[in-house]
Design a protein around this ligand. Structure first.
Ligand code: SAM
Length: 289
């Protein structure tokens, strides 16, 4: 089977199967061999690794993953791509294609079946419309994971990587950095895809922390506080948390936590680091004991 990252073959396959791109599935297929190679190298794969690929498309990256890893499980929602994948991936004995929605499939169960429950690596050119639910789902449902190396919208990659004091800093930055170390490894222009996306793209590697960088008494409460802080990011933290219906933390409790941390009571959440959100949460929990 020819190398699909050559655009000529991608076009041939698409014509042969009369494949119609579905915008609703975020279908932008890679047609640049250098980018495929960069993703594979950034994922640092060995023959010991089991890779979960989300959205194999016509199998361009899947072929390269199968050569670099021990096992590849590729989850694709679009049933029209399955016969194409049967052709493009024939001859590879270490690939399993699963025709499912990644947001509905039990990924922990896939890791159990294909990797004896040991940590997997996720590698994908993600469908951009569900980037955040996919990444947060992987972390929050405690899928055994080593790393996530994914193509995402450039702006979203920036949001995952930045710290306080920048406009991109928000709940996604804090959630990602709680679970993993983010590194943008490449910027990718629209002409590397068919059809061309309207936005720039970037490859980001998220290396799961072996040990969380902060110690927090109630993880769920910390993320409620973070979400409230950024839902109303121009408000002070005290007001943003005090106004949030789903959090049982009063303005007084929040004020006391800030004072104990030596922080001004007028501070906004956007100025706080992950470590400070954890310490503030711990003070609130202590007050409630
Ligand atoms: N990996 C291919 C490539 O790089 O050329 C395709 C990448 S394309 C950006 C995203 C892929 O994800 C498409 O094949 C699309 O059908 C698939 N997809 C979209 N939503 C999905 C979902 N909920 N579950 C699984 N796959 C999905």
């Amino acid at each position: 089977m020819p190398d699909l990252s050559n655009p000529k073959y991608t076009i041939e396959i698409i014509k042969k199967y009369e494949f119609a791109f579905q915008k609703k599935f975020g279908q932008n297929f890679l047609i640049d061999a250098h980018v495929v190679d960069k993703i594979i190298r950034s994922a640092m794969l060995t023959k010991e690794d089991c890779v979960l690929e989300i959205g194999p498309g016509i199998g361009t990256m899947t072929q390269a993953l199968a050569k670099a890893a021990g096992k590849v499980v590729a989850v694709e929602i679009d049933k029209n791509l399955i016969p194409i994948l049967e052709e493009t991936l024939q001859g590879y004995s270490n690939i399993s294609v699963v025709n499912e929605d990644i947001l509905k499939v039990d990924i922990k169960e896939l890791a159990k079946i294909y990797n004896e429950g040991k940590p997997i690596k996720v590698v994908a050119n993600l469908p951009y419309y569900i980037t955040t639910p996919i990444i947060m789902g992987l972390f929050e449902s405690k899928v055994p994971l080593e790393s996530i190396t994914v193509m995402v919208q450039k702006e979203v990659a920036d949001r995952m990587q930045v710290g306080p004091g920048t406009k991109d800093y928000g709940a996604l930055s804090l959630a990602v950095q709680y679970y993993a170390k983010p590194e943008i490894v490449a910027n990718v222009p629209p002409n590397c895809f068919i059809p061309r996306p309207k936005v720039g793209s970037a490859v980001i590697r998220l290396t799961k922390h072996v040990k969380c960088p902060v110690q927090v008494a109630e993880e769920g409460l910390m993320f409620q506080i973070i979400r409230a802080a950024f839902n109303q990011r121009r408000k002070t933290l005290i007001n943003a948390v005090g106004n949030a219906a789903d959090i049982k933390v009063s303005k007084e409790e929040m004020a006391q936590a800030l004072t104990m941390e030596g922080l001004p009571i007028t501070i906004r959440g956007e100025a706080l680091t992950l470590g400070q959100f954890a310490l503030l949460t711990n003070h609130v929990v202590k007050q409630k004991e």
